[in-house]
Write a protein that binds this ligand. Structure first.
Ligand code: SAM
Ligand code: SF4
Ligand code: SF4
Length: 366
């Protein structure tokens, strides 16, 4: 302990499972009978003792569904009492009962990120495994009411994974974001893992004017309603358009990081990226990810190497230890590049957003 520097972004999956099987998600590969594990309260406390004094941000989910954990509210409270400034979670909100919303808000959740991929009940249901859009909206309205009752008023963000099935409904999803009181709406490009439900869903091959007019309609709708719309440059229809929008995106990343995590953290990351150039990844320096089975890895792309540690290991000294410094060395050319990094798009495309709340598009956990 000891250091007062808060420079870490932690993403902790409290479970290995999900109640849905969405078409674009690798969790859809899990059989319905999958018996998911959850981190225990003791393991959550171990993480808090080892890491939270250095955490700027903790997201209590990344690749799985946090509302399946019986200890979610307690986990938020633990992060809050450790003084973590940005405490969030990403959820499908199907199990977000009003009493749970109230408890989460009171425990200190700062930010709720909810995934909505359809502007009509039919599209939502088809993408999100039969889930009901009306029910999700009802849950989110109750969350917003609970949020309005506390002085800290947690913010709400909507994530939409854009694909052929929903590209014509973006403006309608923005309207839903407005209805539930969202501050921000993130449009994300789907990472296509060749899942059966994603065949023919790529935007590649769609007429560019079709993509751009759907995005423009969403922008108009967001302006009218007053929702901040963030469009991944990867959604743009041509490489010229991607380049034009990349600068705006990078500026937004900087402002977002500095709002949420302080100017120091934003400047450190910008300095890192300027110093190490395009093909170096910041995750080994600023990120840690904990899987629902307790494995500790640097990022959600870590699929071809052993975990750096497990939550039940002795974590004293882990942050400054060999596992992380060795990986940092591999980013700086002092050690061989790891297999996971070799296969990883982030290694060559550092403009991909890896901050909490952005899309992980992860491989299956565990
Ligand atoms: C994996 S989910 C886990 C959290 C929660 N279950 C949910 O759906 O919000 C986290 C985010 O990843 C997004 N996601 C899922 N599959 C994706 C894909 N193939 N490409 C990009 N993002 C994806 C989801 O829409 C969601 O916003
Ligand atoms: S996107 Fe979220 S809700 Fe859908 S299957 Fe994946 S983890 Fe579950
Ligand atoms: S390059 Fe990819 S796999 Fe390697 S640490 Fe960064 S995000 Fe993880």
């Amino acid at each position: 302990m000891g250091s007062s520097r808060r420079d870490l972004e932690l993403r902790v999956d409290l479970t290995t499972g999900c109640n849905l099987r969405c078409v674009m998600c690798t969790l859809s590969l899990l059989p319905r009978s999958h018996r998911f594990e959850c981190l225990s309260l003791e393991q959550i406390h171990r993480l808090a003792r080892a890491f939270f004094h250095r955490a700027r941000a903790v997201s209590w989910s990344w690749a799985t569904e946090p509302l399946l954990s019986p200890d979610l509210v307690e986990a938020v409270a633990i992060a809050q009492s450790a003084g973590v400034p940005d405490i969030s979670m990403i959820t499908n909100a199907v199990l977000l009962r009003p009493s749970r919303s109230q408890a989460l808000v009171e425990a200190g959740l700062n930010r709720l990120v909810v995934s909505i991929d359809g502007g009509s009940p039919e599209t939502f249901k088809a993408i999100r495994d039969g889930a009901s859009l009306e029910k999700v909206i009802e849950n989110l309205l109750a969350f917003s009411e609970a949020a309005a009752r506390v002085s800290t008023r947690p913010s709400v963000e909507v994530n939409t994974v854009v694909m052929r099935r929903n590209i014509c409904e973006l403006a309608a999803i923005v309207e839903i974001a407005g209805r539930i009181g969202a501050d921000q709406h993130n449009l994300i490009r789907a990472s296509d893992y060749g899942l059966r439900g994603m065949q023919d869903q790529s935007l590649e091959g769609l007429p560019p004017e079709h993509i751009e007019s759907s995005l423009a309609e969403a922008v108009r709708s967001a302006r009218q309603i007053g929702v901040r719309l963030m469009i991944s440059p990867l959604l743009r229809s041509s490489s010229g358009a991607r380049k034009r929008h990349r600068a705006a995106w990078l500026l937004h990343q900087f402002v977002r990081k500095s709002n949420r995590q302080g100017l120091g953290a934003a400047l450190r990351l910008a300095w890192f990226q300027a110093r190490h150039g395009r093909n170096r990844c910041a995750s080994p320096y600023f990120n840690l990810q904990v899987r629902g089975n307790g494995d500790i890895v640097p990022c959600c792309e870590w699929s071809y190497d052993a975990p750096l540690a497990h939550v039940d290991d002795d974590l004293d000294g882990f942050l400054e230890g060999e596992a992380r410094s060795g990986l940092q060395g591999s980013m700086e050319g002092r050690a061989p590049v790891r297999n996971s990094c070799r296969q990883c798009p982030v290694f060559s495309l550092p403009s991909v957003d890896t901050s909490p709340g952005a899309s992980p598009g992860c491989r299956p956990p565990g």
